[in-house]
Design a protein around this ligand. Structure first.
Ligand code: GLU
Length: 475
């Protein structure tokens, strides 16, 4: 029996396996291959000591799971949270495998975590924890540009990625590609413009795609499009903020924003910028004039809206609150925010779920671009910008000659410029999100699949199976 079966009934990993099994029924692969795709290949668990500022020693518990190595490197975030445990890390690593396959990103899936509350530690302590963790990973083959490439996740960011890359570089100074050992780095250290907001913007594009399908919207009693729809966003981090801002710029109404200290609500829509400024100035989302405060933040999920966007942690919508959700659509910006038990209730109630393995894939998509950039040792912009500028100028000159008019306003600078790296990255992100949604939708229609998650998993399974079959990995 697989060791995973010994995990408790509330196991998040078992939940992901449940999604897998359900979707696998709609594929035609032999059981052995499905088992290979399904289970977690390797888990590294370690404990290491860190000297605190007060001179005492604290023992840290840390993990890295490599769910699938059918493609290398393994890719996935690194989380700093008191909630980190082996089961969660394995579940999140599995989600990365299916996410990458679905999006056509040539990586296996991984995830790491340190059981630590980053807010309870000084900068120096966090640096020591991160560098020691990186050293442990490297020793065991769980870090490296061709093996395993962490990225920011809950509780980590550019700073931690820089510390890890620096630690790797100092121990592997002869590795030409050392900087590609993490993604989500600061720009000066080989990062890529747009990575910070990539997940949130991907969430926005994914919602735009899902809301444009007329049949689905009609079944929910909604008009297609983002404009005038109401949204609730839980989590004002790197994912929730850019998503909320892009949705309100596109004409959506953000009727509630929720954070751990509470939530704010206004049925006519909130000004996201103002809420963020207020939080920065006062340390809390609560207490703004003209908006309703909700002290029990979980209650914000149950307010009326068209689209509910959980963009914080897993397990936010459970069988306890699923019957009270009033949204017509749940857009899973976080990983695993809806439990499988809650999903059954929501689907029965006719609520549509845009699954995490599609919706939050913007982060890893742009991570892929960053990794490529690091391996190329040149920015995308540098190789194309001047050439495209010249090509545009020639085209406009020819059009002016043909039109025979000197005053024709085709020489506007914006039209003439070649694309910046940020523009290239963000347009490739939008394209990736659009292509993947089309594939999920087509598969769902072609095989009469019950929901978007099942379709996304079935597609991912097919793509991974194809890799195994073609690579002839089994001797
Ligand atoms: N932590 C993000 C995720 O869960 C990004 C992973 C990456 O960029 O490798 O998808």
């Amino acid at each position: 029996m697989a060791p995973e079966s010994n995990l408790s009934r509330t196991s998040m990993f078992e939940g992901v396996l449940g999604y897998f099994d359900h979707a696998a029924r709609y594929t035609r692969h032999e059981q052995g291959l499905l088992d290979q795709i399904k289970y977690c290949n390797a888990v590294f668990r370690t404990r290491f000591p860190v000297r605190l500022d007060n001179g005492r020693i604290m023992v840290m518990e840390a993990y890295r799971a490599q769910h699938s190595q059918h493609r290398l490197p393994v890719k996935g975030g690194l989380r700093f949270s008191p909630l980190v445990d082996q089961d969660t890390v394995m579940a999140l690593a599995a989600l990365m495998t299916f996410k990458c396959a679905l999006m056509g990103i040539p990586f296996g899936g991984g995830k790491g975590g340190v059981k630590v509350d980053p807010r309870a530690h000084s900068l120096g302590e966090l640096e020591r924890i991160t560098r020691r963790y990186a050293t442990e990973l490297l020793r065991k083959g769980f870090l490296g540009p061709s093996l395993d490439v962490p990225a920011p996740d809950y509780g980590t960011g550019e700073r931690e990625m820089a510390w890890i890359a620096d630690t790797y570089q100092s121990l592997r100074h002869d590795d030409l590609n050392a900087l590609a050992c993490t993604t989500g780095k600061p720009l000066v250290l080989g990062g890529i413009p747009g990575r910070r907001e990539a997940t949130g913007l991907g969430v926005f594009h994914g919602i735009v795609e899902a809301l444009s399908v007329e049949d689905h919207m009609a079944a929910l009693g909604l008009e297609p499009g983002v404009k005038d729809k109401s949204f609730i966003v839980q989590g004002l981090g790197n994912v929730g903020v850019p998503a909320a801002q892009a949705l309100s710029e596109a004409g959506g109404r953000i009727v509630a924003l929720a954070e751990f200290e509470g939530a704010v609500h206004h049925p006519d829509g909130l000004d996201v910028r103002k809420v963020l400024d207020h939080r920065r100035a006062t340390g809390s989302i609560l207490g703004m004039r003209g908006v309703h405060d909700i002290t029990d933040t979980a209650k914000a999920l149950e307010l009326p809206c068209d689209v509910l966007i959980p963009a914080a942690l897993q397990g936010q919508i459970t069988e306890a609150n699923a019957p009270s959700i009033q949204a017509r659509i749940i857009a899973e910006a976080a990983n695993g925010p809806v439990t499988p038990q809650a999903e059954r209730i929501l689907l029965k109630r006719g609520i549509m779920i845009i699954p995490d393995i599609y919706l939050n894939a913007g982060g890893v998509t742009v991570s892929y671009f960053e990794w490529l950039k690091n391996l190329n040792h040149v920015s995308f912009e540098r190789m194309t910008r001047r050439y495209q500028q010249t090509a545009h100028r020639r085209l406009y000159d020819a059009m002016e000659d043909l039109a025979g008019r000197e005053d024709i306003e085709l020489r506007r600078k914006t039209a003439m410029d070649g694309p910046t790296e940020r523009e290239l990255v963000l347009s490739a992100l939008q394209d990736t999100m659009a292509i993947a949604f089309r594939e999920i939708h087509e598969r769902m229609v072609a095989d009469s699949l019950p929901d978007l998650r099942t379709s996304a998993f079935a597609l991912a399974i097919d793509k991974i199976a194809l890799t195994y079959e073609n690579l002839g990995i089994f001797p």
